[in-house]
Ligand binder design. Structure first.
Ligand code: AMP
Ligand code: ZN
Length: 113
């Protein structure tokens, strides 16, 4: 499958790995928008964003969120962080493998949109 994030999971495209377990992969965003900007994804390809979460794949999503505190700890995010899923065109989503941005390392803007 021609999916950028599947290739990153398989190691075919290099990434700066922050956390990995049997179901979840987390790596630094290539174009960080905060001092810490990490992407957390299920290893299994789930297209494409929150809009496609359903009873059949929510177990994989739960594993992603179980990993979030571990990712945050690994990144030294002791004073809070923001989790974002860009879903679809209006949110400017660019990669159609579901992913959650974790942003932190400084006081983030109060407004989110
Ligand atoms: P989104 O716009 O929500 O679909 O997020 C996709 C994110 O993937 C963007 O923040 C990109 O900077 C990031 N990205 C694209 N290519 C790579 C890559 N090779 N390694 C790490 N992050 C990437
Ligand atoms: Zn994929």
């Amino acid at each position: 499958m021609d999916c950028l994030f599947c290739k990153i999971v398989k190691g075919e495209i290099p990434s700066k790995v922050v956390y990995e377990d049997e179901a979840v992969f987390a790596f630094h965003d290539i174009a960080p928008q905060a001092p810490v900007h990490v992407l957390v994804i299920p290893k299994k390809h789930i297209a494409a964003c929150a809009d496609e979460i359903n009873a059949g794949n929510s177990g994989e999503i739960a594993k992603v969120f179980e990993a979030v505190p571990k990712v945050a700890r690994a990144c030294g995010l002791t004073n809070g962080y923001r989790i974002i899923n860009n879903c679809g065109e209006d949110a400017c989503q660019t990669v159609p493998h579901i992913h959650f941005h974790i942003l932190g390392g400084r006081r983030l803007p109060e407004r989110m949109g």
